[in-house]
Design a protein around this ligand. Structure first.
Ligand SMILES: [Mg+2]
Length: 396
């Protein structure tokens, strides 16, 4: 089998990849809906993979993997890798999870991810009310994550939150020493959420990046009696093109509150120091940033060897990304906790994708399906209307 074409169309906001072959089998992959600007970057790789056998996934990846980077620049390579697995599975007549080593679990746990309720959360009451909505959600979440600190409106909207200068730019650029008021405010918001959530559902926090180490230690220690599942990206993360593994290790060793990072990290090599140095307790690579499904599987196995837990990122991954997450997470060792559940944006994504369970999530879990490849496809009749001008032939 040979690759004959690589296409990319931004459908809704998700750069969506289609790889065609000379045997009529095609595969889909997807990049985050936060990155519609990646289309041309994805198409750049076409010249390197046309003519290759897509079922030799690793051999194809050796041609393009070096031409990627930390978020957002690992996404294009990752989306292509996902589409290659889709083809390889269809060609073998097997679901992708079987090609990645087989199922460890029949259902994969997720956390709330893209299921959000809008509004600007600032006060403890705001946080408590919003959390109550997530607790009541139809998905039956068993883990819920909320955004606080530098990962929230606080640097902008809470007067005297920190001693840092406020930066109005995307992807959480703010950083600085917190005022005592700011630190107490974040802790009060977490306490208000714990009062709502009880001990039946786990609470986790996306916090930064931007905390300085002394504040991060004080915060994590203050949370110890609350049994927070993990505190994510306090020091670096999101779009930081580095890891700060040494600083994370100092934080991690200072507290019993589990630390978490890694959503922006590209390739197994860039998890080596975080894992080997026990710099964090939980890592969260995203299959659409780390280099793809097999890359994520490799990192999960290496983390397990070192006693580190897995909670993969995925909030923006779209419905094809959701399928990829289900397959790879079904194969992870027992260090797997849950992945961050992506939703289709806009809602019409649910009308144009076939193959997902209905409902997708039951009691906070997704049943792993057994159809070949990723097991999802487009209803082309319905989907064609959403193709942007210039990409009308995407499904051909
Ligand atoms: Mg995050």
């Amino acid at each position: 089998m040979k690759i004959t074409d690589l296409k990319c169309a931004v459908i809704g906001q998700n750069p969506t990849v289609r790889i065609n072959t000379d045997e009529g089998i095609y595969g889909y992959g997807q990049a985050e809906n936060a990155k519609p600007y990646l289309r041309s970057h994805i198409l750049f790789y076409k010249q390197f993979i046309v003519g290759e056998d897509p079922t030799n996934v690793e051999r194809v990846m050796l041609k393009i993997r070096r031409l990627g980077g930390f978020k957002p620049w690992g996404s294009a390579v990752s989306a292509i890798e996902m589409a290659l697995w889709d083809i390889a599975g269809k060609a073998a007549g097997l679901p992708v999870y079987k090609l990645l080593g087989g199922k460890v679990r029949d259902r994969v746990r997720i956390y709330n991810g893209g299921v959000r309720h809008g509004g600007n959360l600032l006060s403890p009451d705001d946080y408590a009310a919003d959390l109550a909505k997530s607790v009541a959600a139809a998905e039956g979440f068993t883990i819920i994550k909320q955004s606080v600190g530098f990962h929230s409106a606080m640097p902008r909207d809470l007067p005297n939150f920190s001693y840092g200068e406020y930066i109005n730019a995307p992807a959480h650029p703010n950083k600085g020493l917190l005022t005592e008021k700011g630190l107490k405010h974040v802790i009060a918001c977490v306490e208000a959420m714990k009062a709502v959530i009880g001990d039946d559902i786990g609470l986790t926090l996306d916090c930064g990046p931007g905390w300085v180490l002394p504040d991060a230690i004080r915060f994590a220690k203050a949370l110890e009696p609350l049994n927070i599942m993990w505190v994510e990206d306090l020091l670096s993360g999101d779009y930081s093109p580095y890891n700060l593994a040494d600083v994370y290790r100092d934080l991690t060793m200072a507290t019993s509150t589990p630390t978490h990072t890694g959503e922006q990290v590209y390739l197994r090599h860039n998890f080596k120091e975080l894992i080997e140095r026990q710099a964090v307790r939980v890592i969260g690579p995203d299959p659409e940033d780390v280099g793809g499904l097999a890359e994520l599987k490799w990192v999960a196995e290496y983390a397990d060897l070192h006693g580190i837990l897995m909670a993969p990122h995925g909030i923006y991954d779209g419905l094809i990304g959701l399928a990829g997450l289900v397959h790879v997470c079904a194969t992870m060792p027992q260090n797997y906790i849950a992945f961050e559940y992506p939703v289709g944006k806009p809602d019409w994504w649910y009308d144009i994708i076939t193959g997902l369970p209905n409902p997708i999530v039951k009691n906070g879990l997704i049943d792993v399906w057994d159809t070949p490849g990723l097991g999802v496809d487009f209803n082309v009749e319905k989907a064609r209307q959403y193709l942007p001008a210039g990409d009308e032939n995407f499904f051909d």
